[in-house]
Design a protein around this ligand. Structure first.
Ligand SMILES: [Zn+2]
Length: 387
């Protein structure tokens, strides 16, 4: 990576895209067979050294997040507990989540790296950015490490943007396979942060029902779309275009953050979804379109899951090329591959539940016959019983 963007591709579409990737995030080691492992960053680092990649991006050095920013999201006693793990060979927080002596520094750099990326995009020094950090964050609760996550990076980043940079409305898009329970809970009653999540139904962490729409003043600002396995490029893009886009354009965010998980990749060992690198590029383009329309393109991604190393590498490469304007996904062609039978039920339910909060959704015009509703319910029951 260079300290200044390449001037070899001076087209209108080329953007200054920053990347956070710090070798110290590789010092967080869980057990030897843990899928969330340092090799995930190694393959990304190697990919960024490819001649066709590195020179187009600007490196953003990570700095540890400051305690004040952590306390916007996490309980002080929990932060103390995580700090103390640096002196211990291994501490277990749940059956999937443990720390090594390097974990706490990695977690500080993950959250801090994302905050720095947000600050650079906010000032206009960069157009957009991707924090390639670990540990991931979206399962971390206020006082609980969970599901490979220690600090909730994207939640800390959103509060940093609001309280340190003065931004008002933040959109968080979470396309990881798993529901971002920690992020949802952090902002459930807050109408200044819109949380949109697509995730696999009846899978870890078993939260994120469609009826969970937020609480109090935050009602309508949590949008959950649980999905059955088998969703691919076309269906994901159609959901983003038909549901996320109209909601986001009404919300008018000052910044768009993405909890970018790559465990919906077709070859992911945990997945069950069928998204390809081109599909991730299409999702990126749709999110860029929202950011362009609302906040001069201000978009920052943060790495969450993704456990097939080749799929992770190829997908992040393609997302970065999209963000930098080196390639443009054909979103219409991708959406044309959507299976309308898979889409009908989630669209119909979102229309019914969120149409009252977001008027554009009331006009989706999805109709389901009684027989189709019955068939869909049977399919969902089958998936529930088989889970
Ligand atoms: Zn995940």
């Amino acid at each position: 990576m260079s300290s200044t963007p390449s001037n070899t591709l001076e087209k209108a579409t080329v953007r200054r895209t920053g990347i956070v990737i710090d070798p110290r995030c590789g010092n967080h080691c869980m057990e030897a067979d843990a899928p969330e492992c340092p090799a995930r960053l190694d393959v990304l680092q190697a990919m960024l050294r490819e001649p066709a990649m590195g020179r187009h991006f600007v490196e953003i050095p990570a700095r540890p997040v400051v305690r004040r920013s952590l306390e916007e999201v996490h309980a002080p006693a929990y932060i103390d507990r995580l700090e103390a793990t640096a002196a211990q060979p291994r501490v277990y927080f749940d059956e999937d989540t443990s720390t090594s002596p390097g974990s706490h520094e990695a977690a500080l750099l993950a959250a801090g790296g994302l905050c720095r990326a947000i600050a650079k995009v906010h000032t206009g020094a960069l157009d957009n950015a991707f924090a390639l950090v670990r540990p991931p964050g979206h399962h971390a609760e206020r006082a609980q490490a969970k599901g490979f996550c220690l600090y909730n990076n994207v939640a800390v980043g959103a509060r940093f943007a609001q309280h340190e940079l003065g931004l008002r409305r933040i959109l968080i898009v979470d396309w990881d396979l798993h529901h971002g329970n920690g992020t949802q809970n952090c902002f459930a009653d807050d109408p200044s942060v819109l949380f949109f999540s697509t995730h696999r139904a009846f899978a870890y962490p078993y939260t994120g029902r469609l009826r969970d729409v937020g609480k109090g003043r935050g009602k309508g600002y949590t949008v959950n779309i649980p999905l059955l396995p088998g969703f691919g490029n076309g269906e994901y893009l159609a959901l983003f275009q038909m549901i996320l886009s109209p909601i986001a354009l009404s919300f008018k965010p000052d910044l768009v953050l993405v909890s970018a998980g790559f465990d919906i990749h077709v070859d992911d060992p945990m997945g069950g979804m069928r998204v390809t690198p081109e599909g991730f590029a299409g999702l990126t383009r749709l999110v860029m379109n929202i950011a362009d329309a609302c906040c001069r393109g201000k978009l920052v991604m943060s790495l969450e899951g993704g456990y097939g190393l080749e799929g992770l590498r190829d997908s992040v490469r393609r997302v970065l090329r999209e963000m930098a304007g080196l390639q443009t996904a054909d979103t219409a062609a991708l959406m044309a591959s959507a299976d309308p039978r898979r889409l009908a039920y989630p669209l119909w339910r979102v229309q019914r539940i969120h149409g009252r909060y977001w008027p554009p959704l009331a006009d989706l015009g999805v109709r389901l016959s009684l027989m189709d509703r019955f068939r869909s319910l049977l399919t969902w029951w089958g998936a529930y019983l088989g889970s």
